[in-house]
Design a protein around this ligand. Structure first.
Ligand SMILES: Cc1cc2nc3c(=O)[nH]c(=O)nc-3n(C[C@H](O)[C@H](O)[C@H](O)COP(=O)(O)O)c2cc1C
Length: 240
């Protein structure tokens, strides 16, 4: 238990220091505050039971920038349904969101589509301690729209789309805005989900809905790196 709290404190310190060194970023300040709030709540949960949701693990914190996961599945797989189909769209820089996306697809029988950046994010790009790293600069510019490299996906036949991403400085990565501005979601129920070290989903789902301008957007859900399939299944069942 002491070790978990120590690790947690270390991560908060890391994000806190990064935010301090990034004075021109309201996003950073908001993210740090969110992380602190979320973390204190989740520490209490962990105190209640050792089986409580794993939140900030040392692996999650230290590997966020060095676990680039290679994945060649950039295109949606064949739709298995003629109508009422479900698609899971996701962006994942280090594999955590991808894991949740695959669980959602397994539970719902959905197809998947991975948003890949035309210019892949390197470890240096993902360094939140560097105020001039690519991700920091993009998150500090709400008009940034990184190019998508994966082939376009046809949304024909889909009536439900789960849309997932990591939280970056409290918000959605800007490439998610590129995606939602590239498609019409008319007649489609959009369900955001995200992963993070500790921050909540914040305003990211609303940002996506606003930038998309189409689709019926539900409230989103944040998951941690160690989220179980049962927890994801309960969330999905609660949506219906
Ligand atoms: C540039 C950057 C910024 C991040 N900002 C936050 C944050 O504000 N709050 C938080 O809890 N986690 C933050 N994280 C951690 C990620 O949200 C977390 O590791 C996520 O699960 C990674 O998902 P992925 O593996 O699918 O990319 C950040 C990570 C990166 C690389």
């Amino acid at each position: 238990m002491k070790r978990k709290i120590s690790v947690l404190a270390a991560v908060l310190l890391a994000f806190g220091l990064a935010a301090c060194g990034n004075n021109n970023s309201q996003v950073s300040a908001d993210a740090t505050q969110n992380m602190q709030i979320e973390s204190s709540v989740e520490t209490e949960n962990t105190n209640n039971t050792e089986e409580a949701e794993q939140t900030v693990t040392s692996e999650d914190a230290s590997n966020a920038t060095d676990e680039m996961v290679e994945d060649t599945s950039s295109e949606a797989t064949e739709s298995s349904e003629e109508d009422g189909g479900t698609l899971v769209v996701y962006f994942s820089a280090t594999g955590t969101t991808k894991g949740v996306a695959e669980k959602i697809a397994g539970i719902t029988g959905a197809d998947t589509y991975e948003i890949k950046a035309a210019q892949e994010y390197t470890d240096a790009d993902l360094n939140w301690n560097d105020s001039s790293s690519r991700s920091t600069k993009e998150q500090n510019d709400s008009s940034a729209r990184p190019e998508i490299g994966s082939d376009a996906v046809s949304l024909d036949g889909y009536t439900t789309i789960y849309i997932g991403y990591p939280i970056w400085w409290g918000e959605e990565p800007r490439i998610m805005d590129t995606f939602v501005e590239s498609y019409s979601f008319d007649g489609i129920t959009m369900i955001p989900f995200c992963t993070s070290s500790s921050s909540g989903i914040g305003r990211s789902g609303q940002n996506l809905a606003d930038n998309a301008g189409t689709g019926t957007w539900l409230d989103g859900k944040r998951f941690g790196a160690g989220t179980s399939e049962d927890e994801i299944r309960s969330w999905i069942e609660g949506l219906q």
